[in-house]
Design a protein around this ligand. Structure first.
Ligand SMILES: NC(=O)C1=CN([C@@H]2O[C@H](COP(=O)(O)OP(=O)(O)OC[C@H]3O[C@@H](n4cnc5c(N)ncnc54)[C@H](O)[C@@H]3O)[C@@H](O)[C@H]2O)C=CC1
Ligand SMILES: O=C(O)[C@@H]1CCC=N1
Length: 274
């Protein structure tokens, strides 16, 4: 993998995070090529990581063994159809990180048979704590599977799902999930201010509590329900708060929200080419 040429089409936030992760994992920047229509984005990645750049997508796709499609979903059809001839001729592994664009649409746009991995990453990839789910079509080899996984693992956790449609559930969970935690943090911070704390203190304590809870959950063998019980002294303060959450139907509300997100992911896939 480390000897191969890796090409990124699109030099935005996610591409920058993935390249940063790969370079800090020891992937040679000289083996990374990036294209974008925006020269400033390319200059930035060139100066931060020492990668090669071009404003021509063909230059990148024309030499990479692995091509990562990192443009916005709405731009992907134009970009992919523009690369079809090169991809059909060279048959690289194509990795798409675009939300809501199906493997069928990608294959169609790329002119037919292609080894393809579709991923759903999330924004914590920016700080190397991303969570990505991957799904590959039946044309990928074991080596290509490892290559795609290594790219996504360079910025966090990477797991495979067995069916492509499960990426809609993943989108509702880890793709959109950071926003749910931020919403909870917003609500906790506001409530703390209402209880008399100043904003800076409320924010700091909220942030550290989120970090601490996430670390315990990751490092412990116990399920979240058990960890919650440990905070909840009988007849104490947490119990009262949990009773209020339950009375407000928090669990049902979370399920409703995630079903809505998953349905929207499926709808977007249909709108973006089926
Ligand atoms: N940001 C997020 O939370 C997540 C993003 N993704 C996916 O990652 C992909 C990239 O997202 P971001 O990096 O956030 O977007 P971004 O907007 O930062 O980057 C996209 C880049 O594509 C470039 N571009 C536009 N047209 C182009 C063309 N014809 N040829 C080459 N480059 C072109 C733009 O100049 C821009 O630099 C999207 O498909 C998105 O669905 C997936 C999960 C989470
Ligand atoms: O909100 C969205 O549609 C995208 C997909 C997952 C995170 N952001």
């Amino acid at each position: 993998m480390k000897q191969q040429i890796l090409g990124f089409i699109g030099a935005g936030n996610m591409a920058g995070s993935l390249i940063g992760g790969l370079v800090s994992d020891g992937f040679a920047p000289g083996n990374i090529w990036v294209s974008d229509v925006d020269a400033a984005k390319l200059k930035d990645l060139e100066s931060r990581f020492g990668v090669h750049t071009s404003q021509d997508n063909q230059v990148v796709a024309g030499q990479a063994q692995v091509v990562v499609l990192a443009v916005k979903p709405q731009t992907l059809q134009t970009v992919a159809t523009g690369l079809a001839a090169t991809v059909q001729q060279r048959q690289p592994l194509v990795v798409s990180i675009a939300a809501g664009v199906s493997e069928a649409a990608l294959e169609r746009w790329l002119g037919g048979k292609v080894a393809l991995v579709r991923c759903m990453p999330n924004t914590p990839a920016l700080v190397k704590t991303g969570a990505t789910a991957l799904h590959g079509n039946d044309r990928i080899t074991e080596e290509q599977k490892s290559q795609a996984e290594a790219i996504m693992r360079s910025v966090g956790l990477a797991v495979w799902v067995e069916r492509e449609d499960l990426l809609d559930a993943v989108t509702a969970l880890s793709g959109s999930g950071p926003a749910y935690f931020f919403l909870m943090m917003e609500a906790m911070e506001s409530a703390a201010i209402a209880l008399g704390l100043d904003q800076a203190t409320a924010r700091l304590l909220t942030q550290q509590t989120g970090l601490g809870a996430a670390r315990i959950a990751i490092e412990s063998e116990e399920p979240p329900a058990e960890l919650r019980q440990r905070v909840t002294s009988p007849g104490g303060t947490t119990e009262r708060a949990i009773q209020a959450f339950e009375a407000g139907g928090l669990q049902g509300l979370v399920e409703q929200a995630m079903r809505a997100a998953s349905a929207r992911a499926a709808e977007l896939s249909r709108q973006l080419g089926g």
